[in-house]
Design a protein around this ligand. Structure first.
Ligand code: MGD
Ligand code: MGD
Ligand code: SF4
Ligand code: MO
Length: 687
C-alpha cells in the first residue's frame, strides 16, 4: 500500500509517498515535478525504515530520581506523574516562570509548537523558547520589518536566481530541483557564498564573500544599482517609503564597490557585474539561507538583501519573491493565562519577542543566562523537546553547566542524545511517520498540508502532541486540552480557514485556503504599519537602531574573536549540512554513516603548505572558548585564511563539537544571534 505524507526528518518538509505493508514502513520517495531520472535522491529518506526501526530508539519512558542513579524503564503513568510532581514543586517554590520549555528543530515549527506554548501558558510560564535566534527566525524578522512577511523565492519561473548563503542541493531538494530546472531553461545564476558549493560551480557569477560580511556586499550592490538607475521607479514611487534616505546611505563613498572590494575579498568589477545582472533581469528571485543566520549582522544584512528585492520591483511577482498569504487559523496559545506581571527570560530582546503574535520566543541564549546567572530570574526546571542543545547551542561548556545546574530536566526525544545524559526523565517520542500534525508551512503560506500518520507508534513511544496533552492532564490542566485526539485539535485550529483534517486527508498534496495571487500590494498594500515597503523603518528608528541598514556604517569585522585575531588568525566556518545527516542526528544509522564515515576539517592548499599540514593529519582548533580535535583534508572549496569544520559530530565525540569553540558573549542586539556560523580561531598541528 502507498500513502502520501510529509517527511520531517529534516526541516525541508518534502511531500513524500511511503510504502507500507502490514503496518510496517518499507520505504519512501519524494514527490517531485522533475522526471524520475532527474530527481534528487535523499539518502535520509531512503534510510527511513532503518531510522524508524533503529535498535537505538527509546521505546519506554526512562526515569531516575537523581543524576547519580542509572535510568530505569517505567510506565507512562509513573513517568508523567513524576514529571508533573517535580514541575509543580518548582512552581510552588519559585513561581511557574522558573519552569521553561526549549524546543529544537525537529518537532516542528508552526502549528504543533502551539501545543507546548499552550501548556506553558496554562501552567503560568511565559518561557516556551525555540531555537530561531540561530535558525531562520532572525532572518524572518528582518524580512518582516521590511515588507511584512518572509518572501518565498519562486525560483522555477525566475530568469535570474541569486542564492545567498544557502546550499539547497544538501538541504532542500525541491528548491534545488527548481533551480536546476530554471537553469536548464536559461536562467542566470548568481551565488553568494564563501564556499565553492554545488551551485557556485554552476553559477554565472560566484561572489566568494568574506564570512560575515554580506551586509556590506548588499550595500555595495545597492550602491551600483542606484548609481546606474537600474531600480524600478514606479514601484518605489507607489509602494516604498525611505528610498531617498536609502540613496543618501547607499551612495555614500564608503559603499562604493572599489572601496569595499578588499574588505569583502571580491573584485569590484564582479560586484558591479552581479548587481547589474540581478537588477536588469526580470523576474529575479533571491534565495537567502542559513549563511546569513548565526551571524552578528543577521538582521541588517538581511534587511539590505530584502531592499534589493524591493527596489528592483521583484516583490510578489511570478518568478520573483512571493509574499505569502497566511492561512486564517485560530490562535490557541492561551497567552492571556500568563500573569501580566511575569515577563519572559528573553525580555531584553523585545523587538524579537514581539514581532509576531504566534511565533513564540526564540532568544534561546537567554535561557542559559537565566539558569546560570539567574538573570532576569532563575530557571530551575526545563523540558527539552526535539533538540540537542549540548551540541547545538552556542558555547557548549556553558550549556552543559546550565543543564547540570537544573533541579529537574525532562528530555522528549527518539534517541538518548548527549543532552539526555543530563536528564531526570526521558520520554520516548515517535518519528514523523508515526504522527499527524499540520505541516509547519501551513501557518504562513496558503497551501495547507497535513503530515499524516502512516504507521502505528513503535513500542511505547508516543507522538509529541500526545505527550503534551497527557502531561497537561497530569498537571491538572486537562481543561485546556479538551481534545480526544489530535484531529480534533487541528480541526479547532483550522476552523476559520474552512479546512479540516477530513478535507486535507482527501487532498494529501494540500489545499489552498485562498487562491494564490500575485501583486496583492496593488489592492491591499504590504502587511507593514505603513502598508508600504519600509526601506526606512520608523519602528527601528524609535527603538534606537539604524532605520536604513548601515546608516551608521558597517561594523569592523563583525565576527566572534575579531578583537584577538592577531592570536586567532584563521576564520572558521561551521554548519555545513551533509545530505545524509540532520544536525546531530543519524550518525548511528549504518547506511548513512557509510556515506560519510568520519569528519574532516577542510583547509585551503596554500594554508596547509604554510602550516606544514597534510590530509589526514590531526589538528587542534582553538578559540578563547575551547577546542576541537579532528583530522584535516586539503581542499580548495574553502578560500585562503578560512577553514570549514563539519557540523553535528559533537554527538559522536565531544572533541568534535564545533560549539566548544563558539562565543555566546557577543550577540546581535535585536535577535540575540551569536556568530556560530563564523569566528576567528587558531590551528595547531599535533606534534
Ligand atoms: N555552530 C553551529 N551551531 C548551530 C548550527 C550550526 O550550523 N553551527 N545550526 C543551528 C540550527 S539552524 C539549528 S536548526 C539548530 C539545530 O539544533 P537541534 O534542534 O538541537 O538539533 P538536532 O540535532 O536536529 O536535534 C534534534 C533532536 O530531536 C530529536 N527528534 C527528531 N524527531 C523528533 C520528533 O519528532 N520529536 C521529538 N520529540 N524529537 C525528535 C532527534 O533525535 C534529536 O536528538 O542548531 C543550531 N546550532
Ligand atoms: N541534510 C540536511 N538538511 C537540512 C538540515 C540538516 O541538518 N541536514 N537542517 C535544516 C535546517 S534546520 C536548516 S536551518 C537548513 C539550512 O539550510 P541552508 O540555509 O542551505 O544552510 P547550510 O547548508 O548551512 O548552507 C548555508 C550556506 O551558507 C554558506 N555560508 C557560510 N558562511 C557564510 C557567509 O558568511 N555568507 C554567505 N553568504 N554564505 C555563507 C555556507 O558555505 C553554505 O553553503 O537546512 C535544513 N535542511
Ligand atoms: S530533504 Fe530528505 S530528510 Fe529532509 S524532508 Fe526532504 S526527504 Fe525528508
Ligand atoms: Mo535551522
Amino acid at each position: 500500500m502507498t500513502k502520501h505524507t510529509v517527511c520531517r526528518l529534516c526541516s525541508a518538509c518534502c511531500p513524500i509517498e511511503v510504502k507500507i505493508e502490514e503496518n510496517r514502513l518499507l520505504g519512501a520517495e519524494r514527490i517531485s515535478f522533475m522526471p524520475p531520472n532527474k530527481r534528487l535522491v535523499c539518502p535520509k529518506l531512503k534510510a527511513a525504515p532503518e531510522i524508524v526501526y533503529s535498535k537505538n530508539r527509546i521505546l519506554k519512558p526512562l526515569v531516575r530520581k537523581s543524576r547519580k542513579e542509572e535510568f530505569r524503564e517505567t510506565s507512562w503513568e509513573e513517568a508523567l506523574s513524576f514529571v508533573a510532581e517535580q514541575l509543580q514543586k518548582i512552581k510552588d517554590a519559585h513561581g511557574a516562570q522558573a519552569v521553561s520549555w526549549l524546543r529544537g528543530m525537529a518537532a516542528d515549527w508552526g502549528a504543533p509548537w502551539d501545543y507546548a506554548i499552550r501548556l506553558m501558558s496554562a501552567f503560568g510560564s511565559p518561557n516556551a523558547i525555540g531555537n530561531g535566534s540561530v535558525c531562520h527566525v532572525a532572518r524572518e524578522i528582518a524580512h518582516t520589518y521590511t515588507y511584512g512577511a518572509m518572501t518565498v523565492p519562486m525560483a522555477k519561473d525566475a530568469r535570474c536566481i541569486v542564492i545567498w548563503g544557502k546550499n539547497d542541493k544538501n538541504t532542500a531538494p525541491a528548491m534545488a530541483e527548481a533551480i536546476i530546472s530554471a537553469k536548464e531553461r536559461g536562467a542566470k545564476l548568481i551565488v553568494v557564498d564563501p564556499i565553492r558549493t554545488f551551485f557556485a560551480n554552476k553559477a554565472d557569477i560566484w561572489l566568494q564573500v568574506r564570512p560575515g560580511h554580506d551586509g556590506l556586499l548588499a550595500m555595495s550592490m545597492l550602491h551600483e544599482i542606484i548609481q546606474q538607475g537600474l531600480y524600478d521607479e514606479d514601484f518605489i514611487e507607489s509602494y516604498c517609503i525611505g528610498f531617498d534616505e536609502l540613496c543618501d546611505v547607499a551612495l555614500d563613498d564608503r559603499y562604493r564597490p572599489e572601496k569595499v572590494a578588499r574588505t569583502l575579498w571580491i573584485d569590484a568589477g564582479l560586484i558591479r557585474e552581479a548587481a547589474r545582472l540581478y537588477a536588469s533581469t526580470k523576474p529575479a528571485c533571491i534565495i537567502d539561507g542559513n549563511g546569513l543566520d548565526m551571524q552578528l549582522e543577521v538582521f541588517q544584512a538581511t534587511r539590505a538583501v530584502a531592499i534589493l528585492r524591493a527596489i528592483t520591483g521583484n516583490l510578489d511577482i511570478p518568478g520573483g519573491d512571493f509574499i505569502p498569504q497566511p492561512v486564517p487559523i485560530k490562535n490557541i496559545q492561551l497567552k492571556e493565562l500568563i500573569p501580566p506581571n511575569v515577563e519572559p527570560v528573553t525580555k531584553s530582546y523585545p523587538l524579537f519577542n514581539n514581532f509576531h503574535p504566534t511565533w513564540g520566543l526564540h532568544a534561546q541564549s537567554c535561557l542559559i543566562d537565566a539558569i546560570l546567572d539567574e538573570k532576569p530570574y532563575a530557571v530551575k526546571g526545563l523540558i527539552v523537546q526535539s533538540g540537542n542543545p549540548v551540541v547545538t547551542m552556542t558555547e557548549s561548556n556553558r550549556v552543559s553547566s546550565a543543564l547540570e545546574k537544573l533541579d529537574f530536566l525532562v528530555v522528549i526525544d527518539l534517541f538518548r542524545n548527549r543532552t539526555a545524559e543530563f536528564a531526570h526523565v526521558i520520554l520516548p517520542a515517535t518519528t514523523c511517520f508515526e504522527k499527524t500534525q499540520l505541516n509547519r508551512a501551513s501557518m504562513r503560506n496558503s497551501l495547507v498540508v497535513l503530515q499524516d500518520q502512516v504507521i502505528p507508534w513503535v513500542g511505547e513511544s508516543r507522538p509529541d502532541w500526545k505527550i503534551i496533552f497527557d502531561l497537561a492532564h497530569y498537571l491538572g490542566l486537562g481543561q485546556y486540552f479538551p481534545w480526544k485526539n489530535v484531529e480534533e485539535a487541528i480541526d479547532e485550529q483550522l476552523e476559520p480557514s474552512g479546512l479540516s483534517v477530513e478535507k486535507l486527508r482527501k487532498h494529501p498534496q494540500g489545499l489552498y485556503s485562498s487562491a494564490l495571487t500575485y501583486e496583492k500590494y496593488r489592492t491591499d498594500g504590504f502587511p507593514t504599519p505603513s502598508c508600504k515597503v519600509e526601506i526606512f523603518s520608523h519602528r527601528l528608528e524609535s527603538a534606537g537602531y539604524d532605520p536604513v541598514p548601515y546608516k551608521s556604517g558597517f561594523p569592523d569585522d563583525p565576527i566572534s574573536f575579531s578583537e584577538v585575531k592577531d592570536q586567532y588568525p584563521i576564520i572558521s566556518i561551521s554548519g555545513e549540512r551533509r545530505n545524509c545527516y540532520t544536525h546531530t542526528q543519524f550518525f548511528h544509522i549504518p547506511s548513512l554513516r557509510k556515506l560519510d564515515p568520519e569528519p574532516f576539517i577542510e583547509i585551503h592548499p596554500a594554508d596547509a603548505t604554510k602550516l606544514g599540514i597534510e590530509t589526514g593529519n590531526e589538528v587542534t582548533v582553538r578559540t578563547p572558548k575551547g577546542e576541537v580535535k579532528m583530522k584535516v583534508r586539503i581542499s580548495d572549496v574553502v578560500p585562503q585564511q578560512v577553514i570549514r569544520i563539519p557540523w553535528g559530530w559533537g554527538e559522536v565525540n565531544p572533541l568534535w563539537n564545533v560549539n566548544n569553540l563558539t562565543d555566546d558573549s557577543r550577540r546581535n542586539p535585536i535577535t540575540s544571534t551569536p556568530s556560530n556560523r563564523s569566528f576567528y580561531c587558531r590551528l595547531e598541528k599535533k606534534a
